[in-house]
Write a protein that binds this ligand. Structure first.
Ligand SMILES: *Cc1c(COP(=O)(O)O)cnc(C)c1O
Length: 339
């Protein structure tokens, strides 16, 4: 397979298949072993598998970056391994050990390194997935699990890159309740968002903002990205209550804000009314990177934060984060794993 027909100058966040993917399986009660690289392609699965019937599965999302000089960098991959392991436990699946997870990711990235876009044009998006692959009729954990890693070159998640996006608060749907599975990347968390998000897109919004399911008052997340507000020069992000996904970008932004920009960072509940008073608002995630929010519509009012300009703190955080990821800036945090 060749990368000749990939237009690296006009990448979007869509799937492009690559040369190979990684597969390994594990019977319930056994240990995970290293797997193998196979050509990218379809897999065969029982219609009675627990993943197809009960959604027993999770995914991870991470990126490999190419530097100016052609070096290949992963960003905090051990954090994805830890989060996947936590998710496995929550979903009654055997934890994929960190070394198996990291080995699989590195193997896939190395074998598909020609699919990594040139520096700053995008990245190779990496998708580790774990799911119950054996058949079972009753609602009970699978007797066999599959761990796979595939990848795709991607560009910006939101059209236009670092241009402020328009959001609308969902008043009819919630993403995740307290004590549910919002804190892990369970596959079942994402399909319920397709309807509200699709409706919002039809109305010209880039995504929706979810409020907490208990009081319908506090900001939770922006689709599949974490929410941030700059208020009185401080960085505020919703605290992790269990319904919010603990983003690795979220954690990185907090470190950069505190340790590089010397800003106060508060993890606490933030009401939608308070968010509307912010100087700057943005969302953050591996796919979204840091995306400035230009406006938020809530009930019948639309609050404009920006008419196209990117706030100075948002821009600084973006520059520092992407500077580290693309290997332009010194990685004083020790976040980069070079292949
Ligand atoms: C993956 C994800 C995020 C972002 O997490 P990162 O580790 O920064 O990519 C935020 N919210 C949800 C719901 C997610 O699924």
């Amino acid at each position: 397979m060749s990368t000749n027909n990939i237009d690296f100058d006009n990448l979007t966040f869509t799937f492009t298949k690559t040369r190979s993917m990684y597969v390994t399986k594990c019977k319930q009660g056994d240990n995970w072993n290293s797997g193998e690289l196979v050509p990218y392609g379809n897999i065969s699965i029982s219609p009675a598998s627990t993943v197809l019937n009960y959604g027993q599965g999770l995914f991870e999302g991470m990126k490999a970056y190419k530097t100016e000089g052609g070096r290949i960098l992963l960003f905090r991959p051990e954090k994805n391994a830890e989060r996947a392991a936590m998710g496995c436990t929550r979903l009654s699946m055997p934890e994929v050990p960190k070394n198996v997870f990291l080995e699989a990711v590195k193997t896939v990235v190395k074998d598909n390194s020609d699919y990594i876009p040139p520096t700053e044009k995008g990245a190779l998006y990496i998708r580790p997935i774990v799911f119950g692959s054996a058949e079972g009729l009753g609602v009970a954990p699978s007797t066999e699990y599959t761990f796979m890693v595939y990848c795709s070159p991607v560009g910006p998640y939101f059209k236009g890159g670092l241009t402020p996006i328009k959001l609308i608060v969902s008043t009819q749907y919630h993403r995740a309740p307290l004590k549910g599975t919002g804190g892990v990347k369970a596959i079942g968390n994402y399909v319920p968002g397709m309807l509200p998000s699709g409706n919002a897109k039809k109305e010209g919004f880039a995504e929706i903002i979810y409020l907490d399911a208990a009081e319908e008052k506090y900001v939770e997340e922006v689709g599949a990205a974490n929410f941030f507000a700059v208020i009185d020069g401080k960085i505020i992000t919703p605290e992790l209550t269990g319904s919010i996904l603990p983003g690795i970008t979220r954690d990185s932004v907090m470190h950069i804000a505190k340790e590089k920009l010397g800003l106060d960072v508060e993890e606490r509940r933030i009401s939608i009314d308070e968010a509307m008073t912010a100087e700057e608002v943005f969302c953050a995630g591996t796919a979204a990177i840091i995306s400035p929010i230009g406006s938020i519509k809530y009930n019948h009012k639309e609050h404009i934060f920006s008419n196209g300009d990117v706030g100075p703190i948002t821009r600084e955080l973006y520059d520092i984060l992407t500077g580290i990821q693309y290997g332009n800036d010194r990685d004083s945090f020790g976040w980069i794993l070079e292949l």
